[in-house]
Write a protein that binds this ligand. Structure first.
Ligand code: GYE
Length: 307
């Protein structure tokens, strides 16, 4: 016998949730881990993911978001390349009635109802943690401590907020001086290039390098070694992220401190997507757990690093 109408309905597959995700680029190992985490978590949750890589262009992110609106996705998520300039496009999303998740970096918008939730690390606190490590390490230093900073992408929230957090700790102390602060785009190549130039300029005068991510720190380590100085010894190095590769340098004593920033945001994002589709409300801010690691802790931690 033919099944009843209601039974036919029951065996129809449910339409999967569709998520459009505008990723800002692929500049660093952190970013690759973040992308993989989102892709894997979507697969696991049975969510259909439309993934667009904007290659560091806000304009490309606008295009991706507009294409998601056109395709009437259920939820949009963005990892915004820069901090400002989002009001108009997010208003378009809101008018289309699509809930929006901000992932990783924050946005500076006049109306916070333009997004539902922001899932990502406390980037300002990361800068403060880096500063606190330095102040503790240098507590017995007699002379002025000369710092160089490698900044990430210009105008990006991690660069602005890590830089601010770091300054809010170290510049409150007597005897700290930031002698140079230069953009190096969160990449290995630029980190190496900029550090070489700074070494030519300042030579052995610098005591500390604060690299706003691991890729730049790893590039800078090569530059320091080529220049004939010992990273981690002649120049104290503090970095942010906590990639496996950076942990190896931490274990070797070539990096002195890593402030962890967790890129594995995929599972949190998928959970948020499912809850939004189910009509639930979410907290405005979701922050993953993060630690600070020093040389002594590095070897023990390496086998557990997931990125
Ligand atoms: O620290 C860096 C990446 O936005 C927190 O972006 C992220 C940062 C991360 O390129 O490695």
């Amino acid at each position: 016998a033919l099944p009843e109408a209601t039974e036919i309905e029951l065996i129809q597959p449910v339409r999967p949730i569709v998520l459009g995700f505008s990723q800002l680029g692929s500049e660093s190992e952190w970013r690759m881990a973040n992308t993989n985490s989102v892709k894997e978590a979507a697969k696991e949750a049975g969510i259909e993911l439309l993934f667009e890589n904007a290659e560091q262009s806000q304009e490309k992110q606008f295009e991706a978001i507009r294409s998601f609106i056109k395709r009437k996705v259920d939820v949009i998520a963005i990892a915004p390349v820069v901090h400002s300039g989002w009001d108009d496009i997010l208003t378009e999303v809101k008018q289309a009635g699509i809930p929006l998740i901000i992932s990783d970096r924050s946005v500076d918008v006049g109306d916070s109802s333009l997004y539902v939730t922001h899932i990502g690390a406390d980037l300002y606190e990361e800068g403060r943690k880096a500063g606190k490590y330095l102040v503790d390490k240098m507590r017995d230093a007699a002379e002025t401590i000369q710092i160089v900073e490698l900044r990430g992408t210009e105008g990006s929230s991690p660069s602005i907020q890590r830089g601010q957090g770091f300054r809010d700790i170290v510049l409150k102390q007597p005897g700290y001086k930031i002698m140079a602060s230069v953009d190096a785009d969160f990449t290995f190549e630029r980190g190496k290039e900029v550090m070489s130039t700074l070494l030519e300029q300042y030579g052995g005068e610098m005591d500390v390098l604060f690299a706003q991510n691991d890729d730049m720190a790893l590039g800078a380590i090569e530059a320091i070694e080529e220049y004939g100085l010992r990273p981690g010894v002649d120049i104290v190095i503090i970095s942010v992220d906590g990639t496996r590769r950076a942990f190896m340098k931490l274990a070797e004593g070539k990096i002195n401190c890593i402030v962890e920033c967790n890129p594995l945001l995929g599972p949190n994002m998928m959970q948020a997507v499912q809850e939004l589709v189910a009509g639930r409300t979410l907290p405005k801010r979701i922050v993953p757990q993060e630690s600070v690691y020093t040389e002594q802790m590095a070897k023990k931690e390496i086998p557990y690093r997931k990125y």
